[in-house]
Structures are given as C-alpha cells and as structure tokens.
Write a protein that binds this ligand. Structure first.
Ligand SMILES: Nc1nc2c(c(=O)[nH]1)N[C@H]1C(S)=C(S)[C@@H](COP(=O)(O)OP(=O)(O)OC[C@H]3O[C@@H](n4cnc5c(=O)[nH]c(N)nc54)[C@H](O)[C@@H]3O)O[C@H]1N2
Ligand SMILES: Nc1nc2c(c(=O)[nH]1)N[C@H]1C(S)=C(S)[C@@H](COP(=O)(O)OP(=O)(O)OC[C@H]3O[C@@H](n4cnc5c(=O)[nH]c(N)nc54)[C@H](O)[C@@H]3O)O[C@H]1N2
Ligand code: SF4
Ligand SMILES: [Mo]
Length: 720
C-alpha cells in the first residue's frame, strides 16, 4: 500500500488529503496534517471519497440514448464523431448561437475544464456559455463593476479586528469570502476570537457561525438592504466613518447619505425585525474596527435586491476605509495569476478590465432584456433561450459537471426546455437525473484520476499557497477528461481552442499538465514548479506589498452609481410585511430561506453511505412556536406552496430559525419523473421558484431565498 497526497474536490474548500492506494484502488482518505492551510481537516463528505471513486454506480463508459428511451454504451471516440456531426448540422442550419454550455460547480473544481470550454466556444463563435455562478452570487462581481475596485485589496482576515458575515455559514459551507483557510474555519474563527477579533453575524437563523459571534442580527429574510442602509446611516450620522479616506478616494457620499436617510433605526427595527439598539451596537462595533471587513454568502444574494445588498456591503467597507494601504501586505496574494501592480488607489468602473467591467459585457440575451455578466450569459434565462422560437434559439446544450434538472431554479421550465432540445450532452462521473435526459452521456474521470491544480482557493487564501495534484489512480474504463472531450470535438469540427499559452494541439493531445500550464501561463510561480511539490506548498518568495498609487492615474470609488439611489427609494417605498402577510396578496405565512447541510454538496453526496445513514431528505426547519401555531409536529408531511409551485416536505422543529422563516436546503427531490417517497429523496425548492418574475434585472437570478410560502398538512405517507 502506498500513501499519496492530493486535495478533495467534493466542495470548494479543497482540503488537502492523504490517500491510501492499494493495487491501483483508493482504500482510505484522511486529512493531510502536513498541509499548511487545511492542517489535517476533512469533513464527513471528503471521507466518503473511497466510496465515491469505487462506487459501482459510477460511469465507466459513455452512453447514447436508444430508440426505446434507454441507454447503450458507446466508445467515447464514436460519441465524439456523432456529436461533432450533429453540431456541424445544427450550426450549419441555425448558426453557432444555437449551441450552449452550462458548467456546474464541479466544472470549477477542475482547473483546465472551464477555460478550455470557453475557448472552444470562442472557436465555434457561440457566446452562449453559462455556469452556476449566475444562479449563485453574481451580485458580488456586479457590485465591483458598479462601485469600483481598490488596487490594494481588502483587509485580510488575519489582521481584522472585526468581521461581519452576512448570510453565510462557513462552519457548514466552508465558503470563506475573506481569505483565510476554509474547511477548518471553525478553528480559525475560534482562534481569531481568542486573539480578540469581534464577529457580527447577520442571518435569519442562529447558525453555527452565529453561535460564535459577538452580535447576531437575526433579521427577517430578505431585509438586508434595509438593515445595511440603517447601519450605514448610523455610521455616517455619528461620524464614525473614515473621513479622510472618503475625501481622497470616493465620490457620491452626500447622495448616498441622503438616499439612506429614511432608514432610521426605528424603521429598520420595524421592517427588518432587528432591535434598534442591537443594530446600532453592530454599526458602532463594525465602525470601531479599526481593521476588518463585511462580506456575504449566498443568503442575501439569492434574496430580492441582491445587487443593492452587495453595493451597500461595499459602501460599508469603503466608508470605514477597510482597504489595504501602501506598504501593507496584499491580503490575497494569488499564486496562479500573473504578477501585476497592486497600487493603493481606486479603479472606477470604467477602468476595470474584461469580465468585471459591466460595459464590456456586451452580449444580450433574447430573454427578459437580460445581459451577459462576468463574461457569461445568464443561466436563469437558458431554459427560455431553448424554449423561445426565433433567431438564435438554443438547440444543443452541453451540461458540464452540473445537475440542472434539480439545481436550476424553476424546475418545471427546465424540464420543458430539456425535452425540447435537439441535442443534450452531459459530462459527468455518474448517471445524474440530468444525464438521464441526455442524448449522450460522456463518462469522465474522477478527480483523483486526473491532474489538477487547486484554482478555486487561489483568490481566497491569504497565503501564497498552491497545490498541484497528480493523478493518483488509473481510470478504469473508457473515461475522458472534460478538456479532452472538447479538444476531440474541435479536431473533428476544424475549430480552434486558443488558450493563454497558445493554440491547443487537437491533433496530438498534450498532457493535462501541459494544458494547465498553458491556462496559467505567466503565473507568479510556473505550474511546473508547483507540480514538483508533493502536496500543498506556500511559496514564500511571493511577498506582495501594496504599491504607491500610479502617478497621473485618478479614480474614485462610487457610492452612487446609476440606479442605486432609485433602488433605495424603491425599497423604502415597499410595504412592510410581517409574518402571516407575505407575498403579493399578503396570504403567505412564512419566508423560505436557502441554507446548506453538512452531509451533502448541492446534489452530490445524496448517495454517500454517511448521508444514507444520517438523513436522506431536506427537512423544512421551523421555529417550534410556528409549528405549534400551524398545528404541526416534527416529522409531519406538509405541502409547501409558493406563488409558483408546491412540493411535499417534512417539517422539523428548530428554535434556531427565526419565527416567520422556514429553512430548507436546495438540490433535493430526486428525479421529478419518478413518484418517490419524500423521506427518501427530499423536496425540490427549485419547484417553488419561477424565473420570469421577481428576478434581478441585471443577472436574471430569480428570488431563491426569502420566498413567500404557506403550509398544508398532508397524510403522513403523501407526496405531491
Ligand atoms: N433554489 C435554489 N437553487 C439553487 C441554489 C439555492 O440555494 N437554492 N444554489 C445555487 C448554487 S449556489 C449552485 S452552485 C448551483 C449548483 O448547481 P450545479 O452545479 O448544477 O449542481 P451540482 O449538484 O453541484 O452538480 C455537480 C454535478 O457534477 C458531477 N461531478 C462531480 N465531480 C465531477 C467531475 O469531476 N467531472 C464531471 N464531469 N462531473 C462531476 C456530479 O455528479 C453532479 O452531477 O445551484 C444553484 N441553485
Ligand atoms: N456542506 C456543504 N457545503 C457547501 C455546499 C453544500 O451544498 N453543502 N455548497 C457549496 C456552494 S455551491 C456554495 S455557493 C457555498 C455557499 O456558502 P454559504 O453562502 O455560506 O451557504 P450557507 O451555509 O447556506 O449559508 C447561507 C446562509 O444565508 C442565510 N440566509 C438565507 N436567506 C437570507 C437572507 O435573506 N439574508 C441573510 N442575511 N441571510 C440569509 C441562511 O440561513 C444560511 O445560514 O457553500 C458551498 N459549500
Ligand atoms: S470541507 Fe469540502 S473539501 Fe474539505 S473534506 Fe469536506 S467536502 Fe472535502
Ligand atoms: Mo454555489
């Protein structure tokens, strides 16, 4: 038996692992205690890797749909021949815009995957590239595109005196927007508190993170814009802001001040349900700093007004001057990006490069007046792009490492769209419920069967850390890597894949190391050097320090970019809704919030032995007093109905949930074609959402949190 080092790719924490390999098989996985970032941490999901990689349910050969609706094995090369042929016909008849791709989360856990697919799309001339990011937290990037960017970056977690975590629960999600090592955040958060760092948590639930906080603002779901406007108002009224920083580097403070004037502590208390003194105390604690940041997760970005929320978070950081100044260490140094100056100055929206510059995202969707953001088309419009006839209608879709049938909002529309496609090709390691609707399923290698570099962490870690993992075990069967499949199509179709390091040779495929090297051409440390280290490594030679401002380059961060004042006015004019009176007609009793569960990663892990032994469904968590008021007890089966749909769910009592709220995880519910027991497959929150109203006008992300719902008891065995 041999022990090798790698990193887990079940979730975006990428914990370093030690893997025992015997006769080419993974037999055990543990945390890697020698890793300087994750220091031996793994969670229950990571420890299921031996099951996942050896699971008999895995695909070992690609599949083609047969005339009777079943599937037959097909050699990957033959599948590529047939798919390339179909694509050429579709492009010849309808043009390249008829071909679209959706990359799911696992496409982000695979360094060469999305860059190659995006380059393939450029090669065929189709702008229709989509990913999970536009149904996740697109507002964070939109906010930078409207507020501007500070060259020196934000304060680091390690040097923070106070942090405010808004709608994120890193103790479960391992997501960490502020740098610092995710994955074992419980420990890093506890350590930081021991050194005196203060934590403010904003969440309708008393989460694991809230329990470690000094102040928990347990707001009504969806009221983040009101709460944040109120906190800004306190800071500005009490002159707690960084006057000098604002004078030298910002624009529009007076307009912002006026626009938030109506968000008095009394109004915020009444509307957001947070006691006025508590909100004021949080504003003062945050402003006292002197160092630290506010950052958010999915919660407020899935609720109404996500762009306004993210803008107000940026404003909170900027009014308090929470940006690194000349001579300080750069918070997140990033090893995989090329060296670039990090000057202590503001870059206003018009100076921003490429994908974060909203004005440079010129492609338009045919649907709802939506647009390209972050260089991608909006995923929430893709179902309608398939359904809507006319020039540019999407006919062929590639689903790359995602599971849209259960993860896209508006499941009913997704199902109609998938049934209408001329060609659906899914790339996966297992036969997901989405794969079951495909014309071709391409069997891919498991992460431990291929080379990779930990790219997701590169923009989050506060140390110059990089981790290259070599393939540990041979792939069993006819398995391809995602980039190889698109290279195969490009060769057959005679199109190019231009990567930063040059054109990919599709005639004679390079190694994955070569492709990764090409994708990260110009990285601060060459990929080949990173690959020489077994396990994760901190490259101390990268010592990024914030540089002086570039002479002659003038720019300011904007407090009042176009639309912000109007949106604040709109929010202030909204009727104040309280429990029992939600929704357009005021007839919905609760607001449904999204939240994540420890045992599963979106739709992944539902079949892990640890999950099957623990819990196979996603309970609807309600406060015990609400349950009593509804005449329900834990374990009861109910119908949860929104304005747009209804699902069966199992209620569970939790006094961590605010009254008037109900919390459920997404990506449950199994195959919607099959009648199944809700206890076995859980409930699909995607069925409670419609994409064509209550959506963000820039990214199109619909309301995926703070959804008005009501309950009706069902017979104990029932389904909907
Ligand atoms: N209502 C509601 N909707 C939501 C959300 C919500 O909170 N509420 N959350 C949103 C968010 S944040 C996200 S990120 C999306 C997630 O949406 P998706 O990304 O579409 O869903 P995942 O379940 O992450 O899909 C991962 C798929 O990749 C496969 N896979 C795993 N490893 C590999 C690999 O190495 N290669 C290949 N080819 N495939 C692999 C898995 O088997 C699985 O089928 O859903 C969004 N939708
Ligand atoms: N175990 C596990 N880890 C995961 C995932 C998983 O499915 N399981 N998914 C991964 C993915 S794809 C992502 S994007 C990240 C997400 O990472 P996080 O954003 O940290 O996800 P959650 O843990 O769901 O935390 C979101 C919090 O927002 C709160 N919330 C909901 N609505 C609102 C609101 O209107 N306002 C406020 N202030 N809070 C609200 C919820 O109660 C919840 O506690 O996690 C990743 N990690
Ligand atoms: S936290 Fe994420 S990366 Fe770490 S072991 Fe768990 S699933 Fe794997
Ligand atoms: Mo996500």
């Amino acid at each position: 038996m041999e022990t090798r080092r790698s990193f887990c790719r079940v979730c975006p924490a990428f914990c370093a692992i030690e893997v025992d390999v015997e006769a080419g098989r993974v037999v055990d996985v543990r945390g890697d205690h020698a890793d300087p970032m994750s220091r031996g941490y793994t969670c229950i999901k990571g420890r299921q890797i031996p099951f996942e990689i050896n699971d008999p349910q895995r695909l070992h050969t690609s599949m083609v749909r047969t005339a009777d609706g079943g599937f037959a094995p097909i050699a990957s090369e033959a599948a590529m021949d047939q798919i390339a042929q179909r694509l050429s016909e579709i492009i010849g008849r309808y043009g390249p815009r008829a071909v679209a791709t959706y990359g799911g989360t696992a496409a982000y856990f695979n360094a060469p995957s999305l860059p190659v697919v995006k380059a393939w799309h450029r090669g065929i001339g189709s702008p229709m590239i989509h990913s999970s990011v536009t149904i996740d937290q697109p507002s964070k990037i939109i906010a930078v595109g409207r507020h501007g960017f500070w060259g020196g970056g934000p304060h680091s977690f390690a040097t923070s005196d106070v942090i405010m975590l808004i709608g994120t629960n890193p103790l479960v999600s391992a997501l960490h927007q502020m740098g610092g090592p995710p994955g074992f955040y419980p420990k890093s958060l506890r350590d930081a508190r021991e050194r005196g760092m203060k934590v403010i948590c904003v969440d309708p639930r008393r989460t694991e993170t809230a329990r470690l906080s000094d102040i928990h603002l347990q707001l009504q779901p969806g009221e983040d814009p009101t709460l944040l406007a109120g906190m800004l108002r306190v800071i500005l009224t009490e002159n707690l802001h960084d006057v000098e920083f604002c004078r030298a580097n910002t624009q529009g403070l007076e307009e912002l001040r006026q626009a938030i004037d109506g968000f008095t502590p009394e109004y915020v208390a009444h509307r957001a349900g947070v006691p006025a003194e508590q909100m004021i105390a949080a504003a003062r604690l945050f402003a006292a700093g002197p160092r630290g940041c506010a950052s958010s997760g999915t919660g407020p970005d899935m609720a109404p007004h996500p762009n306004l929320t993210e803008h107000l978070i940026s404003c909170l950081n900027t009014v308090c001057g929470r940006w690194s100044r000349e001579g300080e260490r750069v918070g997140v140094p990033s090893v995989l990006t090329p060296p670039m100056p990090r000057p202590a100055q503001a870059f206003p929206p018009e100076m921003l490069p490429g994908e974060i510059n909203l004005a440079l995202n010129t492609e338009r969707s045919r649907i709802r007046g939506l647009r390209q953001v972050i260089g991608e088309m909006p995923t929430a419009a893709l179902a309608d792009e398939i359904l809507e006839p006319g020039d540019g209608q999407v006919r062929a879709l590639f689903v790359l490492s995602g599971n849209p049938v259960i993860t896209w909002p508006d499941q009913e529309r997704t199902l109609r769209a998938f049934a209408a496609l001329d060609l659906l090709v899914c790339l996966d390691i297992k036969m997901s419920v989405t794969c079951r609707r495909a014309h071709y399923v391409i069997a891919c290698r498991h992460p431990l069967e291929r080379d990779d570099v930990a790219v997701f962490q590169d923009r989050l870690y506060e140390a110059p850390y990089a981790h290259y993992a070599h393939a540990l075990v041979p792939a069993v069967g006819d398995l391809v890597e995602e980039w190889m499949f698109f290279a195969g199509l490009a060769r057959r179709m005679g199109t190019a894949i231009e990567l930063p390091g040059g054109a990919l040779n599709t005639e004679q495929l390079p190694t994955t190391l070569d492709v990764i090297d090409s994708v990260f051409t110009g990285a601060k440390v060459p990929i080949r050097t990173i690959a020489e280290h077994e396990g994760g490594h901190i490259f101390d030679e990268i010592n990024e320090v914030v540089a002086p401002p570039i002479p002659g380059l003038e720019g300011r961060l904007l407090f009042n970019p176009e639309g912000i004042v109007d949106e604040l006015r709109e929010v202030r004019a909204e009727p104040v809704r309280t429990a029992g009176q939600y929704g357009k007609d005021g007839s919905f009793s609760h607001l449904l919030v999204c939240s994540r569960l420890k045992h599963v990663m979106n739709s992944v892990g539902h079949d892990y032995p640890s999950t099957r032994a623990h819990q196979t469904f996603n309970p609807a968590y309600l406060h015990p007093d609400d349950l009593q008021q509804l005449g329900l007890t834990s374990g009861d089966v109910v119908e949860v109905a929104s304005e747009d749909g209804a699902v069966a769910a199992i209620v569970e009592s939790s006094d961590d949930v605010r009254r008037g709220a109900v919390a459920m995880a997404h990506a449950f519910g199994g195959d919607p074609r099959e009648e199944a027991d809700v206890r076995q497959v859980g409930s699909s929150t995607a069925r409670l959402i419609a994409n064509d109203h209550d959506y963000d006008p820039i990214s199109g992300i619909p309301r995926q949190s703070a959804i008005p719902v009501r309950f009706r008891r069902l017979p104990r065995t029932g389904g909907v």
